[in-house]
Design a protein around this ligand. Structure first.
Ligand SMILES: CC(C)(COP(=O)(O)OP(=O)(O)OC[C@H]1O[C@@H](n2cnc3c(N)ncnc32)[C@H](O)[C@@H]1OP(=O)(O)O)[C@@H](O)C(=O)NCCC(=O)NCCS
Length: 175
């Protein structure tokens, strides 16, 4: 597996790779109760994924989302999106960040590079960025702190996974 990767803007052709990546998190969650991504209780259908991708793509075209992907081995293996909070409302100066990298590509600097690049692109679009991260996700917490995110609270029992509850850390970054 190549260790090279590129960070670039989302393309319409990324659909298949991004759905593969997203579905891989459902597989991963079967053996990793601590996977730091909030999942739907039922794996989405391909039709639902089409709707998700279309919505994200339209938000990009409307200037309401900044989305970048990490490409490695000829495929999009990671996604970082920063989506405007309720466009047209008094919340719309804030972007909400989400990021995930396919398991085989983690821990080699891709997440950091993807996040740095996407945050750079946000200047002038958002004044601040917020995110939520599981208490049980030290890798993501460490990355976010290094990017300058500060904690502003915790939501106990925010996630219910099987019989277990997970606390969410709430973080913000002023751009
Ligand atoms: C969280 C995630 C996006 C980070 O991306 P990544 O490519 O694995 O991270 P990087 O290799 O760029 O490392 C970023 C930082 O994480 C930390 N880190 C990396 N591996 C780590 C590990 N095994 N344990 C703890 N911290 C670790 C390091 O502080 C690193 O900073 P450095 O560059 O100074 O060494 C990625 O692991 C992921 O997608 N995880 C599953 C989904 C998820 O948790 N998403 C976040 C939801 S809030």
């Amino acid at each position: 597996m190549a260790s090279e990767f590129v960070i670039r803007d989302l393309r319409f052709e990324d659909f298949n790779d991004l759905v593969n990546a997203y579905f891989s998190y459902y597989e991963e969650s079967k053996s990793d109760q601590n996977l730091g991504i909030t999942l739907f209780r039922r794996k989405p259908t391909l039709k639902e994924e089409v709707a998700w991708f279309k919505e994200m793509y339209v938000q990009v075209l409307d200037g309401n989302s900044i989305v970048q992907v990490a490409e490695a081995d000829g495929a999009a293996v990671g996604l970082c999106s920063i989506k405007r909070q309720r466009p047209g409302s008094e919340l719309d100066h804030t972007g909400v960040l989400g990021i995930a990298i396919k398991k085989a590509y983690r821990g080699r600097g891709i997440g950091r590079a993807l996040m740095e690049s996407t945050l750079k692109r946000c200047k002038g679009t958002f004044e601040q960025v917020i995110l939520e991260v599981f208490d049980s996700n030290p890798r993501a917490l460490s990355l976010y702190r290094k990017m300058g995110f500060k904690g502003y609270g915790k939501m106990p029992k925010a996630i219910k996974r099987g019989e277990d509850y997970i606390t969410l850390n709430l973080m913000y970054l002023r751009l």
